[in-house]
Design a protein around this ligand. Structure first.
Ligand code: 1PR
Length: 587
């Protein structure tokens, strides 16, 4: 059957063909003919009948299987609610309250919703003014269409087109990090949130207009003002991730889940005004010689004690430390499985367990890296890097980080000039979005006298080399710094951005564990070269090192390990110092 056409006012130039049923299209027309004002209409008018509703402590979750919604599940359970998964459209209609954490790409989400008859049920449910909370893509799908790989039709409940952030003026896209909201008065679930940062990770957004103003409950500024949340009656949706926004985000979820309950734990007074610089705690994880998984930390990547026994340094248990850093105010926690290059991570079940346990109690983004590549095990079973990444995502990771394999992919791309589409980087970012893929670079400083001495991009160094060299290039390595490759950090960063990386974790082997500060020359070189966010890593020793890297470079985040593990500099002190220096951070 043919779908009803878009009313001309909302018809984008070339919409991809709808795969929806005509009933869905009728729902869309209903909304449009009502100028998208939410009117109550009996769900009985629709063919799909409601199943029986769950109890008061039950939340219905619409997980259409396109990605990781584990953190949303964890947050709901943490707040004391049970979860009922949507299996059929009837489950949507039978929900007491429905959470829709959209993940993946707009087009594939709409395709699944249409195919399963869930688009119609969703429209009916929302038209009925029933308690609804959409998250991220779960907000975008409410709009008429999206430009993401499209235009592609959405549910058409809210007027407007979802478009990509404009990176042409130097804006870093994806928009990743903690940003401030401008909250409309009386926005209910967002009360108290106005002065706080919440966590965003997205490349597409909807813009407020006269047509959708009656829906907009908050906006956020990044390049321009975009819609951070919508709300009308019992229907809400947020572009940010409440399940990843610490206590503030949990408060938003709690207000949605129990609107009448008294919020005992009010967030502290905040002063958020823009995108904050992030402070990230990193845990290098590996098995020690007894086979226990421990957090270790190297000096220039050497993680063994300088003793006769030469044992692997043990700085604590991964799950405990991650929990502690969350409580201390870390904006993100990264796990690097540093022996992943030789030990297959899916055989390394303890690492997956670490992620599972951590994500139950840590409500900020978790990144995991190490060993993401294609692999054939001893029995000849082949695992694609996508399978490895999927297992990490399923276990609670929000982002995965690729080291060695990204170097090989970039080398190949620079050699052939062709994007094969087959590298782990390309495959994973295609399925999970580039905001979910970090490339971790492990460069080593190579001093030279003149930029002409090498074919790679070099930079003038602040401190000359041992023989008075004024320049350096940064050689990429693989396998935990064990092997140098014929590619510079600059060339790698540019190539992986083109191949689909959403963020760069920029280590420096020379500075790692030295406590003498970040390699400012390197961070500046790379953060000026790419338009995706760059995380400065390696060398933090004092709070001043953090302000220095943010003042002198375009880094979006700074990561440290040793000083946090050895409790030399607490995360709170770093943040207080940055605030004092006028650098916005999440408190
Ligand atoms: O190549 O995809 O299997 O990924 C391996 C990952 O493990 C890479 O991200 C690589 O950086 C990391 N890795 C491998 N070997 C080591 C090692 O230390 N022997 N750790 C290692 C890298 C560097 C930082 C560190 C900062 C901050 N660790 O992440 O945490 O330098 O430390 P600091 O604040 O104490 O100076 P693949």
């Amino acid at each position: 059957m043919e779908a009803a056409p878009f009313p001309s006012a909302f018809t984008p130039k070339s919409l991809s063909p709808p795969s929806s049923s005509s009933a869905t299209s009728q729902s869309l027309l209903y909304f449009r003919s009502n100028k998208a004002r939410l009117k109550l209409k009996s769900p009985r008018a629709f063919s799909v009948r409601a199943a029986s509703r769950g109890g008061d402590s039950v939340v219905t979750l619409l997980d259409y299987g396109a990605g990781n919604v584990r953190s949303v599940r964890n947050a709901i359970r943490h707040l004391g609610f049970d979860i009922k998964d949507v299996q059929t459209p009837e489950d949507i209609l039978g929900a007491n309250r429905l959470i829709f954490p959209g993940v993946g790409a707009f087009a594939s989400a709409m395709e699944v919703l249409n195919k399963k008859g869930m688009a119609e049920a969703l429209c009916t449910y929302i038209m009925g003014d029933r308690p609804f909370l959409g998250i991220c893509l779960g907000l975008q799908l409410l709009f008429e269409s999206s430009e993401e790989n499209g235009p592609v039709r959405g549910l058409g409940i809210i007027p407007g087109v979802v478009g990509r952030f404009d990176a042409s003026s130097g804006l870093r896209v994806p928009h990743i990090g903690w940003n401030a909201l401008k909250v409309r008065e009386g926005s209910e679930i967002l009360d108290d949130v106005g002065n706080h940062h919440v966590y965003f990770v997205h490349s597409y957004r909807a813009i407020p207009s006269n047509d959708n103003m009656d829906w907009v409950s908050s906006t956020c500024n990044y390049g321009d003002n975009f819609i951070a949340s919508v709300g009308k009656g019992n229907v809400h949706a947020v572009q940010f991730h409440p399940e990843k926004s610490g206590d503030v985000g949990l408060t938003v979820l709690r207000r949605f889940l129990s609107p009448k309950s008294h919020i005992t734990k009010k967030p502290t007074e905040g002063n958020a005004s823009k995108l904050a610089k992030r402070v990230i705690a990193c845990l290098d994880v590996r098995a020690n010689d007894k086979g226990d998984l421990v957090v270790t930390k190297g000096d220039q990547y050497d993680v063994r004690e300088q003793t006769e026994e030469n044992e692997v340094r043990n700085l604590g248990k991964p799950v405990d430390l991650a929990g502690q850093y969350y409580n201390d105010g870390a904006d993100e926690v990264s796990f690097l499985n540093i022996t992943g290059f030789r030990d297959f991570p899916l055989g390394d079940l303890p690492m997956l367990q670490v992620l599972r346990y951590t994500s139950e109690n840590v409500f900020v983004p978790l990144t995991v890296g190490g060993g993401i590549r294609d692999f054939t095990d001893a029995n000849g079973r082949y695992y694609s890097s996508l399978e490895v990444a999927s297992e990490y995502f399923r276990s609670g990771a929000d982002k995965i980080s690729i080291g060695s394999d990204a170097v090989y992919a970039a080398e190949e791309y620079l050699r052939t000039g062709v994007k094969s589409g087959k590298s782990s980087l390309e495959q994973i970012s295609r399925v999970y979005g580039n905001q979910a893929v970090v490339v971790s670079i492990d460069p080593r400083r190579m001093y030279i006298n003149s930029p002409e001495d090498v074919e790679f991009r070099s930079t003038r160094v602040t401190n000359p080399g041992p023989n008075g060299e004024d320049y350096a290039w940064y050689q990429c390595t693989v396998n935990g710094g064990r092997e140098g490759r014929p590619i510079g950090a600059y060339e790698l960063a540019k190539a992986v951005e083109e191949l689909g990386a959403g963020e760069i974790l920029l280590n420096c082997i020379d500075c790692d564990g030295q406590g003498k500060g970040f390699d400012i020359d390197l961070v500046k070189l790379i953060s000026d070269a790419v338009s995706i966010p760059v995380i400065a890593s390696s060398g933090a020793g004092t709070v001043e090192h953090f302000s220095e890297v943010f003042e002198k470079t375009n880094a979006s985040a700074a990561l440290a390990a040793g000083i946090f593990h050895r409790k030399e500099v607490p995360i709170q002190s770093v943040k207080e110092h940055l605030l004092k220096e006028g650098i916005e951070v999440r408190i």
